[in-house]
Design a protein around this ligand. Structure first.
Ligand code: PLP
Length: 385
């Protein structure tokens, strides 16, 4: 991998890895190479690594891939048109009819739908397990198991899986561990260094960070897997456009600053919720009372900006809070600079019926943004009444 700057600090790599000034013009910022095709030296004259056609490769996308690989401490990153496009390509690269995978009972709804409704049409089977319980995962393994698909923290209950332990379970049976690192981001957690084989990102969330672009990525150290993924991506075509790659790269430059602020603000909000009489339970891996806290503290740098909490008076009261906040915008998605609130039971998780996870009806999920944390606390206290 060229200029991954692996000896430099995270913040430096976020700004410089893959992002040297443009060789032709000196442009300090990687240009948006808004082109579908490239002039060739002669018929059949293109060399390996030259650009030919933007489904196959594009320089703005290459810069994004080099930067993200560097941040995950990885050899390879491939960018996709969305997190789901990345998941789809990965599943179709690694699995064949008759294969089996284990996924979390609180996997992202779109991931569960893809595996349960689409991959199943092609003869791929799955078992849902509580990934915070290593023995349950071991019990779900079959001779045909090729993958364990893990998220940590999970959505919306902020469960924690022990990534190193799950990597051990997978490797004992010759399977791979995939970690969807969307919630933690490479700033807070590097799954490959904990033994995972593949990292998946919805770059739509914290990596892009400004709620203005949809994208995904697959990260790995395996050369052969990278080549197979590259082949599938080029064959099937789920690539991000140059402007989307550029927006995501622009977001990545400030990831470290944003994640620190998201974590600071989340800690303020958690403290405020804990002392509020209308709040019966707060889900946040940074709390010492969280069942996964010890593992989270071992594998994460901080605990991020996602919080869920339950309202003592049940579903309607929770819905009323979501309708009353003024700064927390009622919306799906997460990871942007602005704070969002949503009701998982009726919004993000309404379509996951069939998964074994029961999302409490009194639950609200917060994506805590980077505004002044005191304003966020006041907004929530007003809405809670
Ligand atoms: C949003 C999300 C995805 C899907 O990504 P898209 O970019 O929306 O396709 C996958 N995993 C997690 C954890 C997510 O939050």
């Amino acid at each position: 991998m060229v200029d991954d700057h692996s000896e430099l600090g995270f913040e430096t790599r976020a700004i410089h890895a893959g992002q040297a000034p443009d060789p032709r013009t000196g442009a300090v910022i990687v240009p948006i190479y808004q082109t579908s095709t490239y002039a060739q030296d002669g018929v059949g004259g293109t060399r390996e690594g030259d650009y030919e056609y933007s489904r196959t490769a594009n320089p703005t996308r290459t810069a994004l891939e080099t930067a993200l690989a560097s941040l995950e401490g990885a050899r390879h990153t491939l960018a996709f048109a969305s997190g789901m496009a990345a998941s789809d390509a990965l599943l179709r690269t690694v699995l064949r009819p008759g294969d089996h995978l284990v996924l979390g009972n609180d996997a992202y709804g779109g991931t569960f739908r893809l595996i349960d409704k689409v991959m199943s049409l092609w003869g791929v089977e799955h078992t849902v397990a509580d990934l915070s319980k290593v023995d349950d995962v071991r019990a779900a393994i079959r001779p045909e198991t090729k993958l364990i698909w893990c998220e940590s923290p999970t959505n919306p209950l902020l469960g924690i899986a022990d990534i190193a332990a799950l990597a051990g379970v997978a490797h004992d049976v010759g399977a791979r561990l995939v970690v969807d690192n969307t919630f933690a981001t490479p700033y807070l957690q590097n799954p490959l260094s904990l033994g995972a084989d593949v990292v998946l990102h919805s770059t739509t969330k914290y990596l892009g960070g400004h709620s203005d672009v949809v994208g995904g990525a697959v990260v790995t150290n395996e050369d052969e897997l990278r080549d197979e993924l590259f082949y599938i991506r080029n064959a099937a075509g789920a690539v991000p456009g140059p402007f989307d790659a550029w927006l995501t790269l622009r977001g990545i430059k400030t990831l470290a600053l944003r994640m620190e602020r998201h974590s600071d603000n989340a800690e303020l909000v958690v403290q405020s919720l804990l002392s509020h009489p209308k709040v019966s339970k707060v889900y946040y891996p940074g709390l010492s009372t969280h069942p996964g806290h010890e593992v989270a503290a071992k594998q994460m740098r901080r605990f991020g900006g996602m919080i869920s909490f339950s309202h003592v008076d049940g579903e309607q009261a929770a819905l009323d809070v979501a309708a009353r906040t003024k700064l927390f915008i009622l919306a799906e998605s997460l990871g942007g600079i602005e704070s969002l609130i949503e009701h998982p039971g009726r919004m993000t998780h309404a379509s996951t019926a069939g998964s074994t996870l029961q999302v409490p009806a009194d639950l609200l999920r917060l994506s805590v943004g980077i505004e002044d944390g005191r304003d966020l606390v006041a907004d929530l206290r007003n809405a809670l009444g």
